[in-house]
Design a protein around this ligand. Structure first.
Ligand code: DEZ
Length: 368
């Protein structure tokens, strides 16, 4: 049995070889000739899985080691009789870590500020917890869940837009259907945002109308933007990059922990699909330990500084921002060569004010 896999999936090499013939290729370059005699694919988002790639191939199963699956033409796969799976929630904690670092980077007292979370699935739910850990007022919007679950937990989008100091998007990219999200943040939404509010997008670039965002930032009608995902990436709008407060190359979900989870879920799915029991509970054995797992905090500093210092010690978002600004054409290279980045549970906090320690514990940091 042959499996073609994206060569940027960490912890995968050597794992499936005892049972499968493995071929590793750059995800964006996997073409029809590569998959013709493959039984399965393990991909990330850069492999467009559609009829053009798969028609006439032997492929019967695709596992994408990612949360998003907008690169998979699910209707075509259904017609072609190809099963598929994604890795829901695999990097939710990583995106939450990114959001915590974004918010802490403002170095303002966050308690009492309003965080609007649009899309409350695996990722959005973790982001809600970040806002709560920081003492923020958190408003949640998820129309599909509101329809299914009812109740008062979910609020209309226009309420979040009008009230949020930080408005963050965690929706899948949907171009049609009952709840389309393509250009959900358009000129009208941006115009309705609370003055001074900040828009954050870590979902998919096309969820935000980049031209409208650029115009809003140029006009100063919103307070700022933080973008991890971009329309037309990796060819991103350089003027927009100049205007955003923080800009990163689609790496919010790129913690080592998150990638390992995605790989594990894909290997397990392959095990289940092909009935190879050895893989159905597989996880990578151990993840690299951070260079500085102990974070010492100075309780004499303002609380917002302590929070920001702890978040930055676990993940320095400004490093990713600086790299992208220095070399925007290196977008894919920066993703491909991404460094080891561990999530909060890999760090221990020593010192710090009690309120800061409590917030950090809620983010998953260990307390020394
Ligand atoms: O959908 C996801 O899981 C995330 O957007 C993830 O960061 C995508 O990573 P990629 O497959 O593009 O490397």
């Amino acid at each position: 049995m042959k499996i073609v896999a994206d060569d940027k999936i960490p912890f995968l090499k050597g794992v499936l070889e005892p049972f499968f013939e493995m071929v590793y290729l750059p995800g964006g370059k996997i073409g029809p000739a590569d998959v013709r005699d493959a039984d399965a694919l393990i991909t990330r988002t850069r492999t467009r899985c559609d009829r053009a790639l798969l028609a006439g191939s032997k492929v019967g199963f695709i596992a994408t080691a990612t949360i998003g699956f907008d690169h998979i033409d699910t209707a075509a796969l259904r017609e072609l009789g190809i099963d598929w799976t994604n890795a829901p929630g695999c990097n939710a904690a990583s995106v939450a870590q990114y959001l915590a670092c974004v918010l802490a980077d403002f170095r303002i007292p966050l308690a009492g500020k309003t965080l609007g979370v649009v899309g409350v699935g695996n990722v959005g739910s973790r982001v809600v917890r970040v806002g709560e850990a920081f003492g923020m007022r958190v408003l949640q919007c998820d129309p599909p869940r509101a329809e299914r679950e009812g109740g008062s937990r979910f609020r209309p989008l226009d309420e979040l837009v009008a009230e949020a100091d930080f408005l963050t998007f965690h929706v899948p990219l949907e171009r049609g259907g009952g709840h389309p999200t393509f250009h959900l943040a358009d000129a009208a939404l941006l115009a309705a945002m609370k003055p001074g509010a900040v828009l954050i997008n870590t979902s998919r670039g096309e969820v935000v109308d980049g031209s409208a965002l650029k115009a809003a930032l140029q006009a100063g009608s919103i307070g700022g933007a933080v973008l991890d995902v971009w329309e037309h990436e990796p060819e991103i709008d350089l003027e927009l990059l100049e205007l955003v407060r923080l800009g990163t190359p689609h790496i919010a979900g790129y913690s080592t922990d998150g990638k390992a989870n995605g790989t594990a879920m894909s290997v397990q799915a392959v095990g289940r699909h092909f009935g190879v029991i050895e893989y159905t509970g597989w996880t990578p054995y151990s993840l690299p330990v951070p260079e500085q797992p102990l974070i010492r905090l100075d309780a004499a500093l303002p609380e917002s500084e302590q929070l920001s210092a702890a978040c930055r010690a676990s993940y320095d978002i400004r490093f990713d921002d600086a790299q992208l600004r220095a070399d925007p054409a290196g977008f894919e290279r920066q993703r491909g060569n991404y460094r080891i980045r561990r999530e909060p549970p890999a760090y221990r906090i020593e010192g710090g004010a009690p309120v800061v320690r409590t917030a950090l514990a809620k983010l998953g940091f260990q307390l020394a």
